[in-house]
Design a protein. Structure first.
Length: 190
């Protein structure tokens, strides 16, 4: 079985006007994605941000739960932060995975649109279950990663489609749904 890594990307991100921006780190993304990552056995959850003051903010929040009062107040939260890593770029996260694993990972990005290199959840799940090459799934904040960024990598996961026409999930929700599709129990076989 291949190891799974995820990254929450804050730059380069698009805003609603199509401009390239850097988004702010949110407290809920730090907590909720760390908890989902631990639940689904993600090797590392990378918070990817290019602004040092934003990484310092995230480190302050994480320190509270890892070693501060929060670590004794809520030990489950402490466990969720064991595999969270702050890095300054997508490249740094991929290089860390390559060093840890001894081989370059398959890198998938996510988007609410389809592209020529879109891959299904079933296909990526099968790779995770049957191959040894690690997988990194990158999640964009704001209005998603730039098209150029997504085209630099191996695949783009197919969009999450709900029952209705609305399609703008929070990144926390999208991460949880995608992790369940890639690593959750095969409930359809029961």
């Amino acid at each position: 079985m291949a190891n799974l890594y995820i990254g929450l990307v804050h730059y380069p991100i698009m805003n609603k006007h199509g401009e390239v921006i850097t988004t702010a780190i949110t407290n809920y993304d730090i907590h909720d994605i760390a908890r989902a990552s631990t639940t689904y056995d993600v090797e590392r959850y990378f918070i990817i941000h290019n602004v040092p003051s934003q990484r310092e903010l995230a480190e302050t929040v994480m320190s509270h739960w890892k070693t501060g009062f929060g670590s004794t107040y809520n030990p489950d939260r402490k466990d969720a932060f064991k595999h969270v890593e702050l890095v300054n770029s997508i490249r740094q996260a991929i290089d860390m995975v390559t060093e840890l694993e001894g081989q370059a990972p398959i890198v998938c990005t996510t988007d609410a649109r389809t592209y020529d290199n879109t891959i299904t959840y079933a296909s990526l799940r099968k790779s995770l279950e049957s191959e040894s090459r690690p997988v990194v799934v990158l999640f964009g904040t704001g209005y998603g990663m730039t098209k150029e960024t997504m085209e630099d990598f191996d695949y783009i996961l197919e969009p999450i489609y709900g029952h209705g026409e609305y399609n703008h999930l929070s990144v926390r929700s999208a991460v949880s749904i995608i992790l369940d599709r890639l690593r959750g129990e095969a409930w359809w076989n029961k």
